[in-house]
Ligand binder design. Sequence first.
Ligand code: PLP
Length: 420
Amino acid sequence: HANPAASDPDLWNAIDAEATRQEQHLELIASENYCSPAVMRANGSVLTNKYAEGYPGKRYYGGCEHVDDVERLAIDRVKQLFGAGYANVQPHSGSQANQAVYFAALKPGDAILGMSLAHGGHLTHGASVNLSGKIFRSIGYGLDSDERVDYDQVRSLAREHRPRMIVAGASAYSRVIDWSRFQEIAHDVGALLMVDMAHYAGLVAAGLYPNPVSVADFVTSTTHKTLRGPRGGFVLSSAQNEKALNSSVFPSLQGGPLMHVIAAKAAAFKEAQTPEFHNYQVQVLANARAMAEILTDRGMRIVSGGTDCHMFLVDLRPLSVTGKDAEAALGAANITVNKNAIPNDPEKPTVTSGVRLGSAALTTRGLGVVEARIVAGLVADALVARGDTLRLARVQRQVREICDAYPVYRSAKRRTFEEV
Ligand code: PLP
């Protein structure tokens, strides 16, 4: 093999630098994770060379017999994992999975009722800047005074606007979402129910967060968050919706499927069926709770009062620091987070009063509750030290020590694709 690093140093230096960043920084972004060497290897395989428009057994290209096997494995595994009658594993992303459902079930101008971006929903749940908010008449629900999903508001908005579809699921909500209550409301007004479980999918697979498959008409997800697969999406539904959903993904929205990514999804779905994955998710929950507790002890407020999953939002106002400044201070200490609006945030979306933290990635590195508590303490230390370069450097050194002790890929256990 020619050494790509020698012939294209500009590119490979940047990739190497990112690999080093991933090793030397603590990843607390709730939507990120580190996938396994098997997933990486499938994702970087020869399958990237193959066109396979269509579905297994019904392709528009020759030479698809092996990629057919790959896609069938991915479909069968994800159906089994979540107990679904139908699966489509071709969506390139979570956004496209959501679009596929919308275009299978709705017409332009139909009303959709989703969680508003400002209260924790995703862009694709009807935000005005997203296609979902431009093509459909979108109405947003939010949280109640306890910062829990306001089911009474969902019901009254549903009765008032008679949406064709209700969207449940969130990008920044730490509590259990009662899918059945959404289903009752949808049933009451004759709406379809779509659940976007992108954030919670790994916990759902492990049986630690409610499975929406039997209550929702459609379930969508990403594969790269708690589920710890490659970047991508999928749709689950009952077998009766196969035709409409398949044609919505291809040829309505997408062309050729990314067969290498589908292979990587198949690898991740198999891993998600193992006892190790279940234990991993148990630890994800314990670590998130431990971090939330320490941050509370250190004077911060956890939105919704705590967490039932891998993530939570931190209200930073008690420390008089904005989300933007917190993100910068933590970044200087090698702790990666994203600023995030809290419900009814007085600050602009580019500033915010909060950060969103998640435990999925650091748990993959092997950190347990003791270490998660230390990490949360370092988060608090960095926030207190903001603006003080020397003190931030001290926190950074402690973070680096943890990173060295818990390598991502640079250990015998989790080697990179090139080393496997
Ligand atoms: N749905 C939810 C709830 C999400 O949080 C996200 C990503 O952040 C998506 C969908 C979109 O996924 P993607 O970034 O793969 O388009």
